[in-house]
Ligand binder design. Structure first.
Ligand code: 5GP
Ligand code: MN
Length: 336
């Protein structure tokens, strides 16, 4: 029996359900969570979405946004819901290290676990498994789940737009190699179900502040390092940049893609110092598996062509470490 059928059987009784996703939620994380929230509520369950940290304000238009709890600021209320939950949905992540301060609580609760995710090497052992690394987005898996469970009539315009946002962003606006004919068919269905793709695209991409655009100019002019020989380009962003350009959460998202867009570059990175943390993002074209690279050298992971990690070193030491890895030509020796 497929897990949808098993879960459907389990959900034939009214359940208390908590949905969560990874820290610093992106459009796929939040869109999938809210789409599932609307669907499970329509079935009559008691549902809450709890996110481990805040998310950028260009995601706040999503229906259900006002009901989302942030574990960092609503911990007491969240803990009550987590303790009482029958079912705990983990969306768009597959290791509890991705949910930051929620981790300890999540690992201690009695609830059954459902995993809906498309990242490699899942660590979570779920009771209901919807993991598939071939999916372009977790939103695609949620779409398939709802369709399988209840058919297209269960997909409201709100659900369709949340799912479209996740698919549009996780495929890089239908440019990544994850963009299959199936994902285009899924999106065609979402449009038929009422998703306004122009509205969603504008709400996510066309909400730049002038500060963010000025920062982009500054980063491209001053912060971009290019090693044509190694075919690597990377940005290093300091805490002072956040202050000087009054950057908000999400304002550095997508920057790494400019490095990857340079002719001849096959690996791109961004190293960011923010709030006492050094965060790295990696992107690649073709065979070089940045998830393995992130896992081996920066305690992270992700997808073959898009990954991330962290560093306990200082910003300059992290840059040195990254540069020495380039110099050792390690980037070129990490094929899939
Ligand atoms: P981004 O660069 O957009 O923050 O992340 C790209 C992808 O890398 C994400 O979809 C996620 O799979 C993965 N990722 C980013 N940061 C981390 C991290 O610290 N640990 C792990 N395991 N994966 C990460
Ligand atoms: Mn995703």
């Amino acid at each position: 029996m497929k897990d949808t059928a098993v879960l459907k059987n389990y959900l034939s009784d009214s359940r208390k359900i908590v949905i969560t996703t990874h820290a610093n939620p992106d459009a796929d994380a939040l869109g999938s969570s809210l789409a599932l929230y609307h669907f499970l509520r329509s079935l009559g369950h008691d549902v809450a979405v709890i996110v481990p940290t805040s998310y950028p304000d260009f995601l706040e238009w999503m229906a259900g946004n006002d009901s989302v709890l942030n574990y960092e600021t609503d911990q007491a209320k969240s803990d009550v819901l987590l303790d009482a939950a029958d079912l705990f949905f983990c969306l768009d992540f597959s290791g509890f290290n991705r949910i930051k301060s929620m981790r300890e609580k999540a690992e201690s609760i009695e609830a059954k676990i459902a995993l809906v995710d498309h990242h490699l090497n899942p660590e979570i052992q779920p009771d209901f498994n919807f993991w598939n690394d071939k999916a372009a987005a977790t939103a695609e898996l949620i779409y398939d789940f709802i369709l399988d469970y209840a058919g297209p009539d269960a997909i409201s315009i709100d659900i369709a737009e949340c799912l479209y946002a996740g698919i549009m962003t996780d495929t890089g606006s239908f440019k990544h190699s994850s963009t299959t004919s199936k994902i285009h068919r899924t999106v065609a269905d979402l449009i038929d179900l009422g998703a306004d793709v122009n509205k969603v695209s504008r709400l996510i991409y066309d909400t730049n502040s002038l500060d963010r655009l000025r920062f982009l100019g500054h980063a491209l002019a001053e912060k971009l390092h290019v090693d044509q020989k190694a075919r690597v380009a990377y940005f290093v962003i300091e805490e002072s940049d956040f202050r000087n350009f009054r950057l908000k959460q999400g304002d550095t998202e997508g920057l790494v893609n400019y490095a990857l867009s340079i002719k001849g570059i096959v690996v791109a990175a961004i190293i960011i110092h923010k709030e006492n943390e050094i965060k790295l993002s990696f992107r690649s074209i073709g065979d070089f598996a940045v998830n393995k690279f992130a896992e081996e050298y920066f305690g992270g992971g992700g997808h073959k062509n898009a990954s991330g990690g962290t560093s306990d070193l200082s910003l300059s030491e992290t840059e040195e470490k990254f540069k020495s890895l380039i110099d050792q030509n390690i980037l070129q020796t990490h094929p899939e």
